[in-house]
Write a protein that binds this ligand. Structure first.
Ligand SMILES: *[C@@H]1O[C@H](CO)[C@@H](O)[C@H](O)[C@H]1NC(C)=O
Ligand SMILES: *[C@@H]1O[C@H](CO)[C@@H](O)[C@H](O)[C@H]1NC(C)=O
Length: 319
C-alpha cells in the first residue's frame, strides 16, 4: 500500500514537473551529440506543415494550440489547404505517436517582405488544442533579452533536404544537424557577394562549412539547449544550398518577435525563456574583408538558385 501510494505520488510529481516546466522539455532526447536520423521523440515540438497533402515546411508547437512557422511558407491564404502533423517521425505511414489538426487561423507578420525575407514569421492556430505527450510538446521561445554569441552550438531539424533537389525518402526519419551560430557581423560579411541580401538584427545565422546546414526545413527551428530546456533561437528562412560552403543559413531571430507573438496569441501559454551566452562574443571584434573575393568566386555561378527557401518550396509543390 505504502509503495503504491509512493508510486502514485511519483507519477503525480512527474506530471507536475512536466506541467510546471512547460516548454522546451524533450523527455526522450538524451543524446549529447547525434547523427543525422533523429530518434523518435527527440524534437517533440517539430511540426510537419502540409499544404494540400504534401509536406512543404516545418514548424514548431509553441502552446497547445499555436504553431510558429515562416511567412514564406504561407503560399495561399486558404485555411482548408493546411494540415499540421504533430509527433510525426517520417513522411510515410504509420506514425504511431502522431496527431493531426486542421488550421483555424493564419497570421503572417504584417511587415513580411518576401524579397528581402524581412520578418519571415507566421503563426497558425490549431482547429482544436493538442494534448502533450512525450512525442508532442511545446518548445520555449527565446525571450527578447536573449543573447546568442558566435559559436553557440544549436540544432536545426527538418524533413526537407534543402541543399539540393533530392527529397528525403518518404520513410526517412526527421533529420537533425548540429551547427554553430554565426554572428551577424560575420554573416553580413559572408553574404556581401549576394547583393540583394541584407542581414538585419532580426535575423540570426547558423551553419558550418561542409556540414548539412541546409537540412533544416523552411519554417522549422534552430534550437539551442540551456540547462534542461530547448529554446528556439530561429525560424529557418533562407540560405544558399549547402554545396556552397561559407554561406550560413539565415533564420528569423525569434527573440526579436516576442512582443509580436505575445500580442497575436493573446492568452495562450507560450513560454519565453532567456538564453544567455557566457564569455565575450567574438563577433563584436570581427573584421570583414570587404572584398570577400573567396565567397564571390563561389557565389557567382550559383546565383541562379539563390534563396532556396521559396524556390525549393515551389518546386516541391509543382512536382
Ligand atoms: C520584452 O518583452 C516583454 C514582454 O512582452 C515586454 O514587456 C518588453 O517591453 C520587451 N522588451 C523589449 C526591449 O522589446
Ligand atoms: C580584391 O579582389 C581582387 C580579385 O577579386 C584582387 O585582385 C584584389 O587584390 C583584392 N583586394 C584586396 C584589398 O584584397
Amino acid at each position: 500500500m505504502a509503495a503504491w501510494i509512493l508510486l502514485v505520488c511519483a507519477l503525480i510529481t512527474l506530471q507536475a514537473v512536466y506541467a510546471l516546466s512547460d516548454c522546451g522539455v524533450a523527455p526522450l532526447n538524451t543524446r549529447i551529440v547525434g547523427g543525422q536520423n533523429a530518434p523518435a521523440g527527440s524534437w517533440p515540438w517539430q511540426v510537419s506543415v502540409h499544404y494540400q497533402s504534401s509536406h512543404i515546411c516545418g514548424g514548431t508547437l509553441i502552446s497547445d494550440q499555436w504553431v510558429l512557422t515562416a511567412a514564406h511558407c504561407i503560399i495561399k491564404n486558404s485555411l482548408k489547404a493546411w494540415t499540421l502533423y504533430f509527433g510525426r517521425e517520417t513522411q510515410a505511414w504509420p506514425n504511431t505517436h502522431e496527431v493531426k489538426r486542421s488550421v483555424s487561423q493564419v497570421i503572417v507578420h504584417p511587415n513580411y517582405n518576401n524579397y528581402y525575407s524581412y520578418n519571415d514569421i507566421a503563426l497558425m492556430k490549431l482547429s482544436s488544442p493538442v494534448s502533450f505527450t512525450d512525442y508532442i510538446r511545446p518548445i520555449c521561445l527565446a525571450s527578447n533579452s536573449s543573447q546568442f554569441y558566435s559559436s553557440t552550438s544549436c540544432w536545426a531539424t527538418g524533413w526537407g533536404k534543402l541543399g539540393n533537389y533530392e527529397t528525403l525518402p518518404a520513410n526517412a526519419p526527421l533529420q537533425e544537424v548540429q551547427i554553430p551560430v554565426i554572428g551577424n557581423k560575420q554573416c553580413s560579411c559572408d553574404y556581401i557577394p549576394a547583393q540583394d541580401v541584407i542581414i538585419t538584427q532580426k535575423m540570426i545565422c547558423a551553419g558550418q562549412q561542409n556540414k548539412g546546414a541546409c537540412q533544416g526545413d523552411s519554417g522549422g527551428p534552430l534550437q539551442c539547449k540551456e540547462g534542461s530546456k530547448w529554446i528556439q533561437a530561429g525560424i529557418t528562412s533562407f540560405g544558399v544550398p549547402c554545396a556552397l560552403a561559407g554561406f550560413p543559413e539565415v533564420y528569423a531571430r525569434v527573440s526579436e518577435f516576442q512582443t509580436w507573438i505575445t500580442n497575436q496569441v493573446a492568452g495562450a501559454n507560450v513560454g519565453f525563456v532567456t538564453f544567455t551566452s557566457s564569455g565575450t562574443d567574438t563577433d563584436s571584434s570581427f573584421v570583414c574583408c570587404s572584398n570577400n573575393s573567396g565567397n564571390s568566386a563561389k557565389f557567382a555561378p550559383e546565383l541562379g538558385f539563390f534563396i532556396f527557401s521559396v524556390k525549393m518550396l515551389l518546386d516541391r509543390i509543382l512536382v
